[in-house]
Design a protein around this ligand. Structure first.
Ligand code: TGC
Ligand code: FAD
Length: 424
């Protein structure tokens, strides 16, 4: 529901098109406040599986989304603009690096809390969750897990607080699903290396202060390193024209003879398992996050079905609409139980990357299907920005693609259960 917050100038009539009124109407549209009526579905009383800390964390992020994200996000998405202010806000909220120890500015929380944070953020918008995933799992995690003491001290507190924004460069124009073929490379030059190559589709790139970049050394080993904005030969052109994740900034990372000090290279990791280890953390967050988007679509469609009257009765009374809602809540409930169990396994250090793959694929798929069904339930209203569903639906097309496509995750599961590798 849009609530105009600015009255028209000069007390002109409602449809007046004088200059002042046109400007005022524009401002009114821009500053339109959205009322967030979200009520979280919990069909199997999964709340009983959460402890008080989990519930407090979820409440804090849910309130943040209602107050700071829901009122503005549609407008930013329509304008394809990144809401910069959320970086500092999310730093203060503590969603960057929730499982990283507090001595480095992280939250020192468990994996269920981390998951619930991502669920609530993505309930607001996948792009907002993306910003947090990249910062926490793809930038802070490798610095914490693979970095030197100096690297941890220099970068982690600033990233945790949102003073600095980070990005993660793995994908290249010719190497997406198969990052092991990457062409970006470093050559030894004494106390530094020379970096050349390019990365593509990089979330946060246009505004990032630091970039975690993966490149091959002269022996063909994949190495990770930290780049800072301003290094000579390092540029971050913006990617334009996306119909998805429009409130998230995407760009390229271009390296032309960039001198990277050796002290910026991660000392303790070599090989593809470096970046893939980061992806496991982020994919776990996406498994929870996309359920948040699904819940928002379901909740919106459920409310609409009770209010929208056709043929003299609420459309929710028709069997075909009930089938859609019943299937949505069933899939959401199955997904909630899957990610909760995965969170327990993560906490116990027992979760495998393959289990994370299954949850990422499952949650993305059900969320995308639920968004499509929910959009249909709203009829024509479903395509407007008045409701969040179409935005979620378009966002989910990216989320089902990044961090490993749906098919790549199917093959990971296929390999795990058969022992036969379909990639090689
Ligand atoms: P493979 O030979 O299977 O593995 C190489 C080494 O890595 C280990 N490994 C993992 N380690 C941790 N976590 C995982 N998920 C792991 N998967 C594999 C593996 O044990 C091995 O270790 P070692 O010690 O033997 O060397 O590698 P492969 O080249 O055959 O590739 C396998 C494949 C296709 C599954 C992998 O390349 C893959 O997952 N491809 C998908 C690429 C992808 O997900 N890219 C994401 C880019 S980042 C992104 O999208 C961010 S979006 C951010 C946002 O906005 O939220
Ligand atoms: P391709 O690998 O070319 O795949 C094309 C199609 O072929 C897919 O359907 C795929 O499933 C299929 N395919 C490929 N190989 C096989 C196979 N062996 N068997 C069967 N089917 C196969 N990357 C980063 O490094 N950092 C980021 O921050 C980041 N952010 C992103 C943000 C957005 C909005 C998007 C869209 C992408 C982002 N990515 C990022 C890149 C993302 O991870 C890649 O797009 C993804 O891994 C797929 O790579 P690709 O686009 O090159 O597709």
């Amino acid at each position: 529901m849009l609530i105009p917050v600015i009255l028209y100038a000069n007390n002109c009539k409602l449809h007046c098109l004088c200059h002042n009124c046109k400007i005022s109407k524009l401002k009114t549209e821009r500053m339109a406040v959205k009322t967030d009526l979200f009520q979280s579905p919990d069909y199997y009383l999964i709340d009983d599986l959460l402890n008080e800390e989990h519930k407090m964390v979820r409440e804090a992020v849910r309130n943040y989304v209602k107050k700071e994200i829901s009122p503005i996000i549609e407008d930013y998405a329509q304008r394809a603009e990144f809401p910069h202010q959320i970086v500092k806000q999310m730093g203060e909220l503590g969603v960057f690096g929730p499982t990283i120890p507090s001595e480095y500015g992280g939250g020192g929380l468990d994996y269920i809390s981390y998951g619930l944070m991502m669920q609530e953020l993505e309930r607001g918008d996948s792009g907002v969750r993306s910003t947090a995933s990249v910062q926490g799992s793809l930038v802070m995690h490798p610095i914490y897990a693979y970095g030197s003491g100096e690297q941890r001290k220099k970068y982690l507190p600033k990233l945790a607080s949102g003073e600095w924004l980070g990005c993660f460069g793995l994908t290249e124009p010719d190497h997406g699903s198969n990052p092991s073929g990457m062409l970006t490379n470093i050559k030894d030059a004494g106390d530094h290396v020379i970096l050349n190559g390019a990365k593509m589709w990089i979330s946060n790139a246009p505004y990032a202060h630091v970039a975690v970049v993966w490149a091959k050394d002269e022996q063909g080993n994949i190495r990770g390193m930290i780049l800072e904005r301003g290094m000579e030969g390092f540029t971050t052109p913006t990617t334009h024209g996306k119909w998805s994740l429009r409130a998230s900034a995407t760009g390229e990372l271009v390296f032309h003879d960039v001198k990277v000090p050796k002290e910026n290279i991660f000392p303790s990791i070599k090989g593809l398992k470096g970046p893939l280890g980061c992806l496991t953390k982020a994919r776990y967050g996406i498994a929870w996050g996309t359920l948040g988007a699904a819940m928002d679509c379901y909740d919106t469609a459920l409310r609409y079905s009770k209010e929208r009257v056709q043929f003299d009765r609420p459309i929710g009374g028709f069997q075909l609409q009930q089938k859609k809602l019943a299937e949505m809540i069933t899939e959401i409930t199955k997904g909630q139980l899957l990610v909760w169990r995965l969170g327990v396994l993560m906490n116990e250090g027992k979760a495998t990357p393959q289990q994370v793959s299954m949850a990422k694929r499952n949650s993305c798929e059900i969320a995308a299907n639920i968004a499509r069904d929910a959009r249909q339930m709203l009829g024509g209203m479903g395509i407007t920005g008045e409701y969040s569903i179409m935005r979620h639906m378009m966002n989910l097309e990216s989320v089902i693609t990044y961090e490993g496509t749906h098919d790549i995750h199917l093959l990971i599961t296929g390999m795990d259960v058969t022992g036969l590798n379909a990639f090689k």
